[in-house]
Design a binder for this molecule. Structure first.
Ligand code: LLP
Length: 432
């Protein structure tokens, strides 16, 4: 699944020992494997090749411009949700004509920016947004192509905060209303400036079964049939992202398992297929390295107090998510085969792995069995490549971590460590 593995009791990222990189670049450190990013991208591209999809990597997942550039070089387009993400894509040399733009509350400034850039597809989330897009396309003289984001009302069986394809969420338009939106828009003057020729859906994230996709896509292709029968030209189907990563060994499905269920529904329908994967590509491609500052007993617990926490990886605090944690240099006696919460490795002890933030939500793991650990040891928090750094903050005024990309035996700093000056720079010289 990824290229982080233990050799002679030390964790390697591709050909380099992670602890050597921690010493060289300091901690906290996000460490990414270029080979893993490419491998996952290629797995998707080859599994879905029968429908020749445009793969639009979801920028929000891990948005470092060097990672965007690596994926662009693989042929990827981009799924963006803000003007800032478009800026990143352009900075990385990405092609705006391979970008699709979702998001429920796009501002006029963001819309003008993306109209100017000439993006491929607007994934429109409401009637009001469609009207506004048409107005701005007319004013700027830049025609646009749009897909209506629909809400197929299926349960992706994932955490409720990352469920987006159910009726009660804020995303997209109900299937029943969708036909009316197409009809009303075709009859309006807005259709002179915006070609509404696609349907998009994104039902959720960290999805580890095929059924939600099958249910959603069956509803969506039936909608497309009805729209075509009513005389609408539908050229594009974008089915979003959501394929899960392997937080615990064996949790994720292979790309070809998703494809085996999805491709037969899409084949032969004269549709340009777009997909917006993120986590599947980047999740297992990154780890967060933190250094234990102190070991402390408190009540009946042992705490490993680390130099990174919820400000750098908020997923455990926000979603209660599991991230496997293990020392970078546990020695040969402590190398488990699997990343799983179920196995209690002999000789380990239960600890809470926590950060420096002044909140009790600041933890990576509770009651986790780890090998004996001392001040100065490095820990890897696995599967941190997706929604890790991109959700990091400077809360408690800790500068952001550095990011390093490993490609074979080469390690490259792709984001310098934040500084104290970075913390205050935007507050200086702002008036009196
Ligand atoms: N397309 C759209 C419109 C999305 O909203 C998302 C993710 C994706 C694609 C990519 O989904 P993926 O393939 O990565 O599942 N912060 C949460 C996940 C939020 C997902 C937001 N939307 C987490 O850490 O679990």
């Amino acid at each position: 699944m990824d290229r982080f593995d233990y050799r002679e009791g030390r964790l390697y990222c591709e050909d380099l020992a992670a602890a050597d990189l921690a010493r060289r670049f300091g901690t906290p450190l996000y460490l990414y494997s270029a080979g893993t990013l490419r491998r996952h991208y290629r797995k998707l591209a080859s599994a879905f090749s029968a429908v020749e999809p445009l793969i639009c990597y979801s920028v929000k997942v891990c948005s470092n411009i060097h990672i965007l550039r690596l994926l662009k070089d693989e042929g990827s387009g981009f799924d963006i949700v803000s003007g800032g993400e478009l800026h990143r894509v352009l900075e990385a040399g990405g092609d705006p004509a391979q970008c699709c733009y979702a998001g429920v509350a796009k501002t006029d400034d963001e819309i003008r920016f993306a109209l100017d850039a000439g993006i491929l597809l607007w994934n429109v989330e409401s009637e009001a947004e469609l009207e506004n897009l048409a107005r701005l396309a007319r004013e700027t003289g830049r025609p646009a192509r749009a897909a209506l984001r629909v809400n197929p009302d299926v349960d992706p069986k994932t955490h409720r905060y990352i469920t987006t394809g159910k009726r009660e969420t804020k995303f997209g338009v109900d299937l029943e209303r969708a036909e009316r939106v197409f009809g009303d828009f075709a009859a309006s003057s807005g259709s002179k400036h915006v070609a509404l020729t696609g349907v998009q859906a994104h039902i959720g994230s960290q999805i580890t079964t095929v059924e939600p996709y099958v249910q959603a896509l069956e509803k969506i292709v039936a909608l497309i049939d009805r729209l075509r029968a009513a005389g609408h030209e539908i050229t594009t189907l974008d089915f979003g992202g959501g394929f899960g990563a392997d937080y615990e060994s064996g949790e994720a499905l292979e790309a070809r398992a998703f494809a085996a269920a999805i491709v037969p529904i899409l084949e032969g329908r004269r549709l340009k297929i777009i997909m917006e994967p993120g986590r599947f590509i980047a999740g297992n491609a990154g780890i967060l390295i933190t250094q234990v500052q102190y070991v402390k007993a408190g009540g009946d617990r042992t705490f490993l107090l680390c130099d990174s926490g919820m400000h750098h990886l908020i997923r455990p605090a926000l979603y209660g998510s599991y991230h496997h944690i293990w020392p970078l240099e546990p020695g040969e006696d402590f190398v488990p085969e699997q990343r799983t919460r179920d196995e209690v490795f002999p000789g380990t002890e239960a600890v809470d792995v926590v950060g420096p933030i002044c909140e009790s939500a600041d933890f990576f793991a509770k009651d986790r069995h780890l090998p004996p650990t001392a001040r100065g040891d490095y820990l890897a928090v696995f599967c941190a490549g997706a929604y890790g750094m991109s959700m990091a903050s400077e809360y408690n005024s800790f500068p952001r971590p550095a990011e390093v990309l490993v490609d074979g035996s080469q390690a490259r700093l792709i984001r310098r460590r934040g500084t104290y000056d970075d913390l205050v720079a935007p507050e200086r010289d702002v008036g009196d």
